[in-house]
Design a protein around this ligand. Structure first.
Ligand code: HEM
Length: 212
């Protein structure tokens, strides 16, 4: 049964029925599955790029880069759905007694995670003159689109000048030094809640488990 309001939700949860939507004490199955799917997707983008870069020692085009670009670009789909779901569902409350600094830290880190999960695919695309070319992924390079052309002509930018800031963001700063650190802090905080605080923060994000 699909639960629509908090009254039926609690009894449905107690009966072990599928709960798609979030409620005030736990995530529903849509948010949970999207969360773990996105985690795997990010891992795949990282594993692919470092595997490829680890095997590429010569100058020139990097063989296999299109796998990274296709996986990286398509992450925009589950991230957008999850953001929509978050905006249209209750966000489960923090455990009672959680210190204010932890609440602030969790808000800031969740905001940054969403921000980088949009910014990474977009900067990857804008900084890479080859577009995306893998399987059903055929995305024209930005500089060849009407808007890209217009920006470069209006501001008299060469391709190099246009792409450099996105490249610096994507593969000199955020990819190698920021995003994975943020993800580790996020995972570390969840483990801290589970092991030290012994609250429901981690449990309520695990598929098949319910905190309520
Ligand atoms: C969430 C999505 C993505 C993540 C997490 C991600 C992550 C990374 C990381 C970690 C690197 C390697 C940085 C290093 O050299 O240490 C990288 C490089 C790169 N990424 Fe992405 N990326 C994503 C999406 C994309 C997309 C959508 C594109 C293009 C359409 C793209 C194009 C590239 C390119 C061209 C490189 C540089 C390869 C090189 O010349 O060294 N990435 N990315």
């Amino acid at each position: 049964m699909l639960c629509q309001d908090s009254g039926t939700r609690t009894s449905a949860a107690a009966n072990g029925e599928l709960m798609l939507r979030n409620n005030e004490s736990s995530y529903g199955s849509v948010a949970k599955w999207l969360h773990w799917l996105i985690a795997l997707w990010i891992l795949a983008a990282y594993v692919i790029i470092y595997y490829i870069l680890g095997r590429h020692h010569a100058e020139g085009p990097i063989p296999g880069l299109d796998y990274h670009k296709a996986v990286g670009f398509s992450i925009l789909i589950p991230v957008s759905i999850r953001l929509y779901w978050r905006a249209t569902n209750p966000v489960p409350k923090h455990p009672p007694g959680m210190p204010k600094w932890q609440i602030r830290a969790s808000r800031v880190s969740h905001f940054l995670l969403y921000f980088f999960l949009f910014a990474m695919p977009i900067t990857g695309y804008l900084g890479n003159g080859g577009g995306v070319n893998y399987g059903f992924f055929r995305i024209t390079p930005f500089r060849r689109t009407g808007l890209g052309n217009w920006i470069m002509e209006t501001f008299e930018l060469t391709r190099q000048q246009f792409e450099a800031p996105f490249d610096i963001f994507h593969y000199q700063i955020v990819g190698p030094y920021i995003l994975w650190v943020l993800i580790l802090l996020h995972a570390g905080a969840a483990i801290f809640h589970h092991v030290v605080q012994k609250d429901e923060t981690l449990i309520r994000m695990l598929p098949g488990r319910r905190a309520d």
